[in-house]
Design a binder for this molecule. Structure first.
Ligand SMILES: [Zn+2]
Length: 272
């Protein structure tokens, strides 16, 4: 065996070794490519600027320059925050509504993970009653208890209120919007909110929206931002990521992301 042949064999061995990790990278790439093909079909692309932490409300909107404080003359308490684009659109919508004798007061806006955890755990542990009941006593089964709270409240990490695009207006009671002043306000929103980019994600539960929260006539979402966040949530969030609070394990049996995060009015998502 001459020296050139030995060098050739040594070179070949090195090349083969260096191919081992390359081959595994190729396998990973092919999985990513096939995922991407699925996403192209759904017209959803990864936006690396929208992180999982943002989507799950794991940040402090008070120190985030994209958020602005809502003037207390438009809110029922101080320190409510919205994404500035959503607030600007709300003010334009309010000005138009006021010309028609309609007024809006914001009752809730951005709520981060920690805030939502407080709401959820108070209901989970019976400190806040739901339909007059302490759920820790009346519904000991975790799956059933979570479903009851999910009629109107999100699990931390899965709320549209994390995003700074969604706001609750005038009353948390659907009955308020079914007569008199409340009905006039709701009718105005149904006819006009879309002109300012707003949509009602929790529309009536029916064949068009079989899953998710009960109807919320007070909850409106600023679509130019929230449509993208919904798409990124579909791409990036998984039930297994829902953790860090009492009762979180029920997210898996409930199918939280598919049925609740994506269980919204289709007008607020794919068809607009
Ligand atoms: Zn809401």
């Amino acid at each position: 065996m001459n020296i050139k042949y030995i060098i050739f064999l040594a070179f070949l061995a090195m090349a083969c070794q260096s191919n081992v990790p390359e081959a595994s990278v190729n396998a990973k790439q092919s999985v990513e490519i096939s995922n991407n093909i699925t996403n192209v079909k759904n017209k959803i692309f990864d936006d690396p600027a929208i992180s999982v932490d943002y989507l799950m409300g794991k940040f402090d909107p008070k120190t985030d320059s994209r958020f602005v404080e809502i003037d207390t003359k438009h809110a029922d308490r101080p320190n409510l925050l919205l994404r500035s684009e959503a607030y600007t659109a709300f003010l334009e919508m309010l000005a138009a509504a006021q010309k028609d004798g309609i007024s809006f007061t914001i009752k809730s806006a951005t709520r981060n993970f920690d805030y939502q955890k407080g709401i959820w755990e108070r209901k989970w542990n019976g400190k806040t009653t739901v339909d007059g009941l302490k759920l820790n006593e009346s519904l000991p089964d975790p799956h059933k208890r979570a479903l009851k709270i999910l009629e109107y409240s999100s699990m931390p990490g899965s709320s549209r209120h994390h995003w700074g695009t969604d706001l609750d207006i005038n009353s948390f009671d659907n009955n308020y919007f079914e007569q008199g002043k409340g009905l006039a306000e709701y009718n105005w929103l149904v006819q006009n909110a879309h002109r300012f980019g707003f949509c009602q994600p929790y529309s009536p539960k029916d064949s068009n929206r079989p899953n998710g929260y009960q109807e919320e006539k007070w909850h409106w979402s600023f679509l130019p931002l929230s449509k993208t966040f919904t798409q990124q949530a579909e791409l990036k969030l998984r039930d297994e990521m829902i953790s860090g609070f009492d009762g979180a394990q029920a997210a898996l049996s409930i199918g939280l992301i598919r049925n609740y995060v994506l269980g919204i009015n289709k007008e607020c998502y794919k068809f607009k």
